[in-house]
Design a protein around this ligand. Structure first.
Ligand code: BGC
Length: 704
């Protein structure tokens, strides 16, 4: 544990046999290690990279690969062998507390992004560990919840993301999840770990438990877990006894030993790599800043409110601007030494802020920090909901600020954390102070012909429909990473056009979300005290309770997650999956579909029609015309981001898909099936606007 202070885990060395320990540290938003070490003045900083939701919103595999490289290099230079990332789970519900550690509500996008990150990390000579395998979609009662989900939804949604990851990146390690799946703990499910993961997908790496997850160490070994973390003596004893009694075959244990040794010989420590303890933080910070706007999503931009010029005086509203959230949660937090807030970012870019307002906020923030400090200290583990409140006397400031400034920028922040799910009222909806701030700013600025911009520094979707008409522009910056203030300023001032598209839908209201049985307003479950809402361990005998949605959750919406539901039921959303504007306009034309080996080459021309240099995202969906089973009306099949296009410039985008990509999972046959019939291939810039269409006919059924 002392090899690299602050990391999540270290395996035991066996010096007698020359077997080195393997050091594992959390990600995905930074390499997590202790910044300070005893008797050492040096600070061990790590780069805070954008959260995974931002990366997926970039729809740029190359950008995610580069972020993976940053994480990999920093691991290697700190002597860390494996990064415990990326998080690959599906965003079943927008309130899941760990969604920002995940990529998307769509398994293809999540899988491709995950593979890109793994490949980036591993290109630096260290391992990656996609997690949490599988169906880890709610934090409430996360150690015990039983996710009850159909085989079809498992295959098409909740395993598909991992399948793509394994097939396209063959990671060194995979972490099993804390939850149960259909009555069996994920780490004790041999069908999942041996049959599906290894036999069907060809996984060759090592399987590790999530920290402290699972009930029975012997069963975990039998099922195909090779490493149990953090590892307790009781577990060793249990395994030894099981082998002695014949309950566990020695060959199962040998298999683990072999796989752990395979990991050891790959690791940098075994290879004797002389790590520097000096990763290239400066370069990594610069690259992070460049990548951040790739995933910023511009939702609204009436009359080109954005970008504004640095000559325009800005009235900066919202405590969020002075307290930007870069990333949070136990498994992703790391100190990188500084936070660039939005006031600083705008000043760095040469913008002058409304002084009186700025002073008022600075004073307010000092008071709020003082008020919150004892609580932060008390709840070291999770402070995501302990945020400064908005100014109560906002109405006393808006008229003067509007008089003195040229434009208003309001920042709204939302954070969440491992172990806790978000709530509808306090997290998804804006609170009354935030609503009052937007109304007052809007009234006073608009009455003077001045524009209002909202920056959303959020961990996941929030309700927008009720207030969006009051503002001119909305920019989703997600949790952007350490350069937050600078990169948001870059986007607001048009140093670069935001070019992200939503990797998750923004519903009109929470009631529209398909997984309504998600525990969305439950009493808190306290991770620190270990108190569990529903399951009590009485010595060795657990007492089981059966509280719906806490002890078990029926995935009633089945395969209809996110846009698959909204598009099929024709439910209006605030902003659809795949949506995003830029400071430019684009045209799409000349769709062509050519049959190639096992599939199709789909291409189109994208031309930049607007004034501003920008990138665009081409998305390909499929729709089966007369499916023999219930099927979403559209499903994402591929995507590509264009390079930066100059005025009038056009580019040809090509996306290759396989016929197999159009299959559904047939439960009766326990197999993937491609049915004969007609399918539309649809191209567009978001899931709701798909102007180009080409019909193909499948003439031969495939069962696989
Ligand atoms: C989290 C994992 C993490 C592990 C080690 C667990 O609580 O669920 O994501 O990698 O801790 O820190």
């Amino acid at each position: 544990k002392k090899l690299v202070p602050g990391v999540a885990g270290t395996t035991y060395p066996i010096e007698r046999l020359g077997i080195a320990p393997v050091v594992m540290a959390d990600g995905p938003s930074a390499v997590r290690l202790s910044v300070k070490r005893e008797g050492d003045d040096k600070k061990y900083f790590a780069t805070n990279v954008p959260c995974e939701t931002l990366l997926a919103s970039s729809w740029n595999n190359e950008a995610t690969y580069k972020i993976g490289k940053i994480l990999g290099e920093e691991c290697r230079e700190y002597g860390i062998d494996v990064l415990l990332a990326p998080g690959v789970n599906m965003m079943r519900n927008p309130l899941c507390g760990r969604n920002y550690e995940y990529f998307s509500e769509d398994p293809l996008l999540a899988g491709k992004m995950s593979a890109a990150m793994v490949n980036g990390v591993e290109s630096e000579g260290v391992g990656a560990c996609p997690k949490h395998f599988a169906v880890n979609n709610q934090e409430l009662n996360r150690l015990h919840n039983d996710a009850r989900v159909s085989q079809r939804a498992l295959r098409e949604i909740y395993l598909k993301n991992f399948e793509i990851t394994v097939k396209e990146s063959q990671p060194w390690m995979i972490m099993t999840s804390y939850n149960n799946i259909n009555g069996r703990h994920a780490s004790e499910d041999r069908g999942l770990l041996e049959t599906i993961l290894r036999d069907e997908w060809g996984f060759e790496g090592i399987v590790v438990t999530d920290w402290g997850g699972g009930y029975d160490a012997a069963k975990q070994i039998w099922a195909g877990n090779d490493l149990i973390e953090p590892g307790r003596y009781a577990e060793v004893k249990r395994i030894m006894e099981a082998v002695k009694s014949g309950e566990l075959a020695e060959s199962d244990l040998d298999r683990c030993v072999k796989r752990v040794l395979e990991l050891v010989v790959k690791s940098i420590r075994h290879k004797g790599y002389k790590f520097s303890n000096n990763p290239n933080l400066e370069e990594n910070g610069k690259l992070t800043r460049e990548i951040e706007p790739e995933g910023f999503v511009l939702l609204k931009n009436e009359q080109n409110a954005l970008p504004f010029t640095k000559e325009q005086k800005v009235a900066l509203f919202g405590t969020g601007a002075y307290n930007l959230i870069l990333s949070n949660s136990v498994s992703v937090r790391s100190l990188h030494g500084r936070t660039v807030n939005l006031d600083e970012g705008l000043r760095n870019a040469g913008v002058s802020l409304n002084e009186a307002l700025d002073k008022r906020y600075i004073k307010h923030m000092q008071n709020e920090k003082k008020r919150l400090a004892p609580f932060w200290k008390l709840r070291r583990w999770c402070t995501y909901d302990l945020r400064p409140v908005e100014l109560r006397d906002i109405r006393n400031h808006t008229a003067r600020a509007a008089e003195e400034s040229d434009i208003a920028v309001i920042t709204i922040g939302r954070n969440s954390s491992e172990s806790f799910d978000r709530h509808v009222e306090r997290d998804f909806n804006l609170n009354m102070h935030e609503q009052a701030m937007i109304s007052a700013v809007s009234r006073d600025f608009h009455s003077r012909g001045k524009k209002v911009v909202v920056v959303l520094n959020i961990c996941g979707p929030v309700e927008i429909a009720s207030w969006r008409d009051k503002v001119d522009a909305i920019l989703v910056a997600w949790l952007p990473g350490q350069e937050a203030g600078n990169s948001i300023a870059d986007a607001l001032l048009g140093k670069v056009s935001p070019s992200g598209h939503l990797s998750t839908s923004f519903p009109m209201k929470y009631a529209d979300v398909p997984s309504q049985n998600f525990p969305h307003n439950e009493v808190e479950w306290c991770a620190e005290s270990g108190k569990n809402l529903s399951r009590v361990f009485d010595q060795k005998q657990p007492i089981y309770y059966d509280v719906p949605n806490i002890d078990y959750t029926n995935y009633e919406e089945d395969i209809y997650v996110g846009y698959r539901d909204y598009a099929t039921r024709k439910v209006e959303v605030a902003y659809p999956f795949g949506y995003g504007l830029t400071y430019s306009q684009f045209e799409m034309s000349d769709m062509s579909v050519k049959e190639c080996k096992d599939g199709y080459k789909v291409s189109c021309t994208v031309k930049r029609a607007g004034n501003f240099p920008a990138k665009q995202v081409v998305q390909l969906y499929s729709s089966e015309l007369a499916p023999e089973v219930d099927r979403p009306t559209i499903e994402l099949r591929g995507y590509k981001k264009t390079p930066l296009l100059q005025a009038g410039e056009s580019t040809v985008v090509e996306i290759v898909i396989k016929k197999e990509d159009l299959m559904t999972y047939n439960e009766k046959a326990s197999a993937w099936k491609l049915t004969k019939g007609e399918y539309d291939l649809l191209l567009g810039f978001d899931s709701q606007t798909l102007p180009l269409k080409h019909r193909i006919t499948i003439t031969k059924e495939i069962l696989k």
